[in-house]
Design a protein around this ligand. Structure first.
Ligand code: SF4
Length: 418
């Protein structure tokens, strides 16, 4: 039987496409908001989330508290509904206000080097998964990667994101030496690694070598859905172990998820928010699922841009100081997706400083953008577009809660130990 048979019938399939009710419903059992016991008004067995209740959910997020699961579900559905444009606009304005209170009108840029598309993993949604025999593989040498960073540094970039598949050739020693060379050749720059699941010892070693940040999306915080999107040897428990080890090693750590994954329910998205709340990542990447033709998920539809933006805005309210990229997937899914992301609370862009000849080969999903404003050589155009939104590109490191341009006091810092 196909491993995706579960998606072709039954309740999960029926909600595919993120169909959202005009008015979200929540179960009567239990309170949707912590500390507010008792039933809510509505139909027998279920109730409509009133506007003032949705505002309370947003208030709680901004105050550093975590609303109950059913309230989060109702809130996500309410704001994602196709006809809820005015509501969404108000949510995005609120998220923008939080971002501006913490970062002003600054948008930080990172130079992205996609240095290998060879991967030992086989994630069912990924175009460069091990099992895709049609992918044209490439691997850059450390010298070549360093040259890309130096070129980026000369363009003004002060953060480099080294992103690749889990390529066994990039051992701890190879990566550590590379990080050290980049830090020496590009003074005052930050290095972000995005090279997948490794041991705690490996993360600690690379951190000692000078790596500052690490991106490792959790993809979905529901272990069952995670298991359906990965082979049996890739588990959610292992992903969580990695994220905790990264935090423990002292990285500014990035998590994140896809919105609109096949089989994903609104409850799964609520679990993603709960996961982020507990992990407190310094960076969060949120993008729509976009299928790749040469994967087992080729026939599934892409995630909703509106719902992705709602998740981005809710993440901004919950984690006011987090560095949130307007992702390439968002820019791929909608022509103005990057701009919409910024207007929903994002504050990071990652132009591509990889060699042109490799960019089309790092094809994680259909149509992934790698030129135009996604390309580092077009910074002038990117600056113009961002300025037209009323924002300003910043090339400095843009560290979590410490970089130049960050006010010392953010109005609603996350609660200590939360
Ligand atoms: S998502 Fe990452 S780990 Fe999974 S196959 Fe793609 S590159 Fe490899």
């Amino acid at each position: 039987m196909s491993p995706f048979a579960f998606l072709q019938k039954g309740p999960l399939w029926q909600i595919r496409g993120n169909a959202s009710p005009a008015a979200a419903t929540i179960q009567r059992a239990g309170s949707p908001l912590r500390g507010r016991p008792g039933p809510l008004p509505g139909q027998p067995g279920e109730c409509v989330l009133p506007m003032d209740m949705s505002a309370k959910v947003l208030d709680l997020l901004e105050q550093g508290a975590l609303p109950g699961r059913s309230a989060l579900v109702a809130c996500i559905d309410l704001y994602s509904a196709p006809e809820a444009e005015a509501l969404r606009a108000a949510l995005f304005a609120r998220a923008r206000a939080v971002a501006r209170a913490c970062f002003g009108r600054h948008i930080f840029v990172r130079g992205l080097v996609e240095f290998t598309n060879i991967c030992r993993k086989d994630c069912y949604y990924c175009g460069i998964r091990r099992g895709n025999a049609r992918a044209a593989r490439y691997r850059m040498s450390p010298d070549h990667i360093l040259a890309c960073c130096v070129n980026g540094w000369n363009l003004g970039f002060r953060t480099f994101v080294l992103q690749g598949g889990e390529d066994p050739l990039f051992s701890d020693d190879v990566l550590a030496a590379l990080v050290a060379r980049i830090k020496a050749a590009c003074p005052e720059s930050a290095v972000t690694l995005s090279v997948g699941e490794r041991s705690a010892a490996s993360y600690a070693y690379l951190r000692r070598a000078g790596a500052d940040r690490y991106l490792l999306r959790h993809e979905t915080a529901d272990a069952t859905l995670y298991a359906r999107l990965h082979p049996a040897d890739q588990t959610f428990a292992e992903r969580v172990r990695c994220l905790h080890d990264l935090k423990h090693a002292g990285y500014q750590t990035g998590a994140g998820m896809m919105v609109g994954l096949p089989g994903q329910t609104t409850e799964h998205l609520a679990k993603d928010l709960e996961f982020l709340y507990r992990l407190r990542p310094e960076m969060v990447g949120i993008g729509p699922f976009i299928p790749h033709n040469d994967t087992p998920l080729a026939d599934f539809q892409a995630g909703s841009v509106a719902r992705t933006l709602v998740m981005l805005a809710l993440a901004r309210l919950m984690l006011p100081r987090a560095l949130l990229p307007a992702t390439t997937a968002l820019g791929t899914a909608a022509e103005d997706g990057r701009e919409k992301g910024i207007l929903a609370g994002a504050n990071v862009l990652m132009p591509n400083v990889s060699p042109r000849e490799n960019r089309k080969k790092y094809m994680l999903y259909n149509g992934k953008l790698s030129d135009g404003d996604e390309a580092a050589e077009n910074m002038a155009s990117l600056r113009r577009h961002i300025a037209a939104l009323g924002y300003e590109i910043r090339m400095d490191r843009g560290d979590y809660a410490a970089g130049e341009g960050l006010p010392q006091a953010c109005p609603r810092p996350p609660k200590a130990g939360a």
